[in-house]
Design a protein around this ligand. Structure first.
Ligand code: SAH
Length: 341
């Protein structure tokens, strides 16, 4: 089967084309056709010699993943792409327009190994990692859909655990940032992780200015282990340590994501415990009222409880915000991504 040219970095394509006897500027020309002019066939690359177009067509495809279905939210402008991979597996990406930004939320795996109790993506277990090209393809497909608009921000908060597919995820992130690809600033890319401490060093080394969010969701190990089974292997203290390392190495504030569940982790005692846990950490907290998914019995607290929780953090001097999920009517809100097909 032909490889997807989206799996190649510009340096890799450069090496290949030099090997084919092409001049240095060719790889940049090809990338410009794919990522700026958004063509779908090598035959459309009219400033390339015909023989080269032919050879590229024989060896590569451009973006093997395809959009199977697009769902647009009637209430808030979010839209979801159901993306079909070459082997029939499905992943989802979500476009979230806001005043001055257009954010794309992308997936890194088909399914997920971690089985967080509240999350739809892991409900059917793990199928496979996405290749770097398949991660990048979600951005290309969305960019084609919004052109001439531009995707300005990327969040790796869709299906899967990016740190569990780190090499491919980092390769895709570097491509998104590359000026011959989408030229999206490091700081406009955010990776969300359940917190695999071993991977944080590699993230800090390779993409230090990328935003890092840790899915904390509880102020202590007892509670977190009930929600996030991975906590038994990577407990709260190791996540907090990883967040401190990130701040020390990069100077950027890590974010702790904290889903609020009614009757579980949203009482004032939990807010106070969170304050004392994070007292010595330079960070932000992102509170996420739970989004109901079909397979779980969790519920979100009332808006009043959410505000109360926020106020407790703020009064203790913490930086905290509430994330209002979008695309609820198309099952595109945080943690709702799971393919029913
Ligand atoms: N595996 C990564 C990234 C994917 S999930 C991680 O764990 O961070 C992105 C965020 O959405 C995580 O914070 C996750 O815990 C949260 N999330 C999952 N299901 C949710 C739901 N039903 N409601 C609200 N947030 C949810």
């Amino acid at each position: 089967m032909k490889d997807d040219i989206l799996n190649l970095s510009i340096q890799e394509l450069d090496t290949l084309l030099l090997d084919w006897g092409e001049p240095r500027y060719r790889s940049r020309q090809v990338f410009e056709w794919i990522y700026t002019r958004l063509v779908t066939e090598f035959s459309q690359m009219t400033n390339l010699p015909a023989a080269l177009r032919g050879r590229l067509t024989e060896e590569f495809e451009i973006c093997r993943p395809k959009v199977l279905e697009t769902l647009k939210s009637k209430t808030d402008g979010a839209s979801k792409h159901l993306v079909q991979l070459h082997d029939g597996n499905l992943v989802e990406s979500v476009l979230i327009p806001a005043k001055k930004r257009l954010t794309l939320c992308i997936s890194t795996q088909v399914g997920c190994r971690f089985g967080c109790k509240f999350c739809a993506s892991g409900a059917n277990g793990f199928t496979r990692n996405l290749s770097a090209g398949e991660i990048l393809a979600q951005v290309l497909l969305a960019q084609r859909a919004v052109s001439p608009g531009r995707i300005t921000h990327i969040v790796l908060m869709g299906m899967g655990e990016p740190a569990d597919n780190l090499a491919n995820t980092l390769k895709a992130i570097k491509a998104m940032n590359n000026d011959a690809v989408f030229n999206i600033g490091w700081r406009r890319i955010t990776l969300s992780t359940v917190g695999l401490p071993d991977t944080i060093g590699r993230i800090i080394d390779q993409v230090p200015q990328v935003g890092l969010s840790f899915s904390l969701h509880a102020p202590n190990d007892d509670l977190r282990s009930k929600l996030v089974p991975a906590n038994r292997t990577f407990p709260v203290a190791s996540i907090v340590k990883a967040a401190k390392d990130y701040f020390e190495a990069t100077g950027r504030l890590p974010t702790f994501e904290y889903i609020l569940f009614d009757g579980i982790n949203s009482e004032s005692e939990h807010a106070r415990a969170l304050v004392s846990l994070l007292r010595s950490v330079r960070c932000k907290v992102n509170l996420i009222p739970f989004n109901r998914t079909p397979h779980s019995d969790f519920a979100a607290p009332t808006a009043k409880s959410v505000q109360l929780f926020l106020r407790t953090l703020e009064e203790a001097g913490m930086k905290a915000t509430i994330r209002h999920s979008r695309g609820g009517d198309i099952a595109a809100a945080c943690g709702q991504l799971a393919s029913k097909k």
